[in-house]
Ligand binder design. Sequence first.
Ligand SMILES: [Fe+2]
Ligand SMILES: [Fe+2]
Length: 207
Amino acid sequence: MEHVKFSNLKEGDAEDFRFLIEHDKSYAGEVGDRLVASLASLDDSFSSLKVSRLEHSLQTATRAWRDGADTDWVVSSLLHDIGDLHAPYNHDEYAAVILRPFVREQCAWTVQVHGIFQAYYFAGKIGGDQNARDVHRDNPYFDDCADFCERWDQASFDPDYESLPLEFFKPMVDEVFAREAHAASVVRPGVRVPLVDTDLAEQRKAH
Ligand SMILES: [Fe+2]
Ligand SMILES: [Fe+2]
């Protein structure tokens, strides 16, 4: 069987849908490859800044990795701005939708709201509300998102920083997107893993 037999869903039988589900699984299994390819395409943007969106993403992920952060944090850092491609006005939510089935709730939430937290660094300078992020003050991950922005995201516009290449992060992306989607052991609601692991950071210093 190469294709389903139906032209509209109403006509499909069990054989069709079993075939379809298997095929969709293998297509979903390649999502890591497609995301890395999309990320690579961000290399020609951010012309008004000193670095491209790709470089900003690599720098954010490299800072996370050098801080000893775990794979969920590193991959979330790498992909946190991937929404810029197709959703410039809600890029954070877009990236979170992609990540949510495959990373800890803590990291998905951080990515989802990082835009309003980043505003802390510029909104006050152009007449906006620097503290707009305070609408999330009661969220248990508030400090994690504030730290994500302070340590990694807002700091990663530096053309002189030596980032690790995209190929370095590819195995981590593959690992994350090979996980069982929405599994409780992946999402781990309420679990807060620190952004920084000083022992691991020391070991990774050579990179
Ligand atoms: Fe962003
Ligand atoms: Fe960013």
